[in-house]
Design a protein around this ligand. Structure first.
Ligand code: WT7
Length: 569
């Protein structure tokens, strides 16, 4: 296929030059931006909010929240006060520096203020996506030994308190809260609006994001305070955030994009941040851009494909002229989508590649760079990327291999919670190995090829086949299950399960639906298989491991390759 090149626009001659920045880049220079460079006192919440009040920007709008027709706005001063109050509520509930505090609620102003409040105490925040059901919640809280969780009446029933010995308090944001819980709103009203921020070290914990791998339970990826250096500079260069920008990142804070780029990067850059509650619809999304005059918009290929599917007519009903910079993350951004973006928005969609583990941007279409449709772009200044073989040797251009990054950069994860072997397994020598395969072309652009492992990317969310398989086999009818990602034009991939049934059960559409609902209600909606196929027997290795590779080959009608390890009797 012919590669389309989209030139960097001449509209904005002030864009930071890529090569020049990269060649002169020094992380220590970036540190000078922060107050801790002088004081040695670290706190992410201070740098995001209070510092701007201290610097005289207290009356600037920090947050627009929109959900349907309701809308509210908060200045930096408002958020300073609100997060101080939330910090006092949490402190009264016993939260101390280093404790894990989970936040499990739908996007709302309280989600953001309580997250900032927890950070002011020096707690490590664990954000949980609202779609998680009981088992997913339990696994994450157990693994991290969470002390406190903040939640809402709709979700509180999914927290199995009896199985969580370390959980001391459940804080409920709602009305008429029973005595079993801490009543957030009542405590918040009573709380002082002064709070002494806990000053931390650069390597103290910040946030714990659970993410899926191919073989085990979800792993807790720990990031530290020092990550802010990279959140700040990538917000400045890649998101191109300026003083008067109104910035909207569509991701939920349950995922890393929703914290690194939905909270930290915009506020470290003093931008006005937009949060839109409720579900996706083209009307709601274009309406938000129009109403709030969004200038910089960060979303995902799945969303762009859905907007593309909604047709070009709807775009014309909204005034999107405030938009000046559009970015994408989460899965491969199809060249057709970039082309469509040029046609309807008259803007380039800038792809960015990174992972929960990397904490911030790694490979991007820098604003001043020419975009090759379908390419992820080049490493950000300060990061070195390469394609390596399984022994750690760098491969020449145009050869596919492991996409790897030279550790260390500021936002690199510091540990997999309580799992050193897992952490160590990411490295070959000095290289962090991403689990993606890619190649680099003669101009230095990186091209994504696929995951090396069996991790499924569905609608921009990473789901581990093992977690779903484990849930499936808990269903009374399921003997064995193998789960793969099946290519899908809108979602990138969908979850497909191959299932063999126990004695006494026979395949039917009702059973498929029952199994689907079982995963949806027991684990998470996005993990529920959209397709189920019953098989008498699943392909396994002699050691009894289900061979997802073979299931995938069946699905795609391709050769399954070397089957020597398969147990075929
Ligand atoms: C995996 C990481 C960090 C943001 C959201 C996902 C895939 C991410 C791209 C991209 C192709 C991409 C990779 C990666 N991915 N961005 N621009 N092009 N693939 O974070 O859940 O940690 O998933 O998402 O496979 O390894 P995550």
């Amino acid at each position: 296929m012919k590669v389309e090149v989209y030139k960097s626009t001449d509209q904005n001659p002030n864009l930071t030059n890529y090569e020049e920045t990269r060649d002169n880049f020094d992380w220590q220079e970036v540190e000078k931006h922060f107050s801790w460079h002088e004081t040695g006192k670290f706190n992410m919440a201070y740098e995001c909010i209070d510092k701007h009040v201290d610097d005289g920007y207290g009356d600037k709008t920090a947050l627009h929240y929109k959900n349907g027709d309701s809308r509210s706005s908060y200045t930096f001063k408002d958020l300073k006060t609100a997060s101080n109050k939330a910090a006092n509520v949490l402190k009264d509930a016993g939260v101390e520096k280093g404790d894990r505090v989970f936040i499990f609620m739908a996007r709302s102003p309280e989600l953001y203020t309580s997250l900032l409040g927890a950070l002011k105490i020096g707690a490590i925040v664990g954000p949980l996506f609202e779609a998680f059901m009981e088992k997913a919640v339990k696994d994450r809280l157990q693994n991290s030994e969470a002390k406190v969780i903040i939640t809402s009446p709709e979700l509180v029933g999914r927290i199995p308190v009896d199985d969580l010995p370390d959980l001391e308090k459940v804080i409920l944001v709602g009305e008429n809260v029973s005595a079993d819980y801490v009543d957030f709103k009542t405590e918040y009203e009573k709380a002082s609006d002064e709070f002494d921020i806990e000053w931390l070290d650069k390597e103290d914990g910040l946030i714990l994001h659970y993410t899926s791998g191919s073989t085990g339970q979800p792993k807790g990826v720990l990031h530290v305070q020092y990550a802010m250096v990279q959140h700040y500079i990538s917000g400045k260069y890649v998101l191109d955030l300026k003083e008067d920008d109104v910035y909207w990142c569509t991701a939920d804070p349950g995922w890393v994009t929703g914290t690194s780029y939905g909270i930290f990067a915009p506020w470290l850059n003093r931008a006005t941040n937009v949060v839109v509650g409720g579900r996706f619809s083209p009307e709601a999304w274009y309406g938000a851009i129009e109403d709030l005059n969004v200038t910089v918009w960060y979303s995902a290929p799945t969303a762009f494909r859905m907007l593309m599917g909604a047709g070009d007519e709807i775009v014309k009903k909204y005034d999107l002229s405030s938009l000046r910079h559009v970015l994408s993350v989460g899965e491969p951004l199809n060249p057709e989508v970039v082309k469509w973006g040029m046609d309807v928005y008259h803007l380039r969609i800038h792809d960015t590649w990174w992972m929960t583990e990397t904490g911030a941007h790694m490979i991007v279409n820098f604003p001043s760079m020419d975009i090759k449709g379908g390419s992820m772009g080049k490493p950000i200044p300060g990061v070195e990327a390469a394609i390596i073989d399984d022994s750690g040797n760098e491969l020449p251009v145009n050869r596919m291999g492991n996409l790897a990054l030279k550790a260390n950069w500021p936002s690199m994860m510091r540990e997999i919670w309580k799992n050193k072997p897992k952490f160590d397994s990411y490295f070959i020598g000095e290289w962090y190995v991403s689990g993606d395969s890619a190649y680099q072309d003669e101009d230095g652009y990186f091209w994504f090829q696929g995951r090396v492992d069996d991790v499924i990317m569905t609608a921009g969310e990473r789901v581990g086949p093992f977690e779903i398989e484990s849930k499936l086999v808990e269903h009374e009818a399921v003997q064995e299950a193998g789960v793969i990602g099946k290519p899908d034009p809108v979602r990138g991939e969908i979850v497909k399960a191959f299932i063999s049934l126990r004695e006494g059960y026979s395949p039917s559409d009702e059973l498929k639906e029952d199994i689907r609902v079982y995963v949806k209600e027991g684990l998470a909606a996005h993990a529920a298989p959209r397709e189920i196929e019953f098989k008498d027997k699943l392909p396994k290795t002699r050691s009894g491991k289900i061979m997802r590779r073979v299931l995938k080959a069946w699905e795609l009608n391709i050769d399954a390759g070397d089957l020597s390890s398969m147990d075929d009797d």
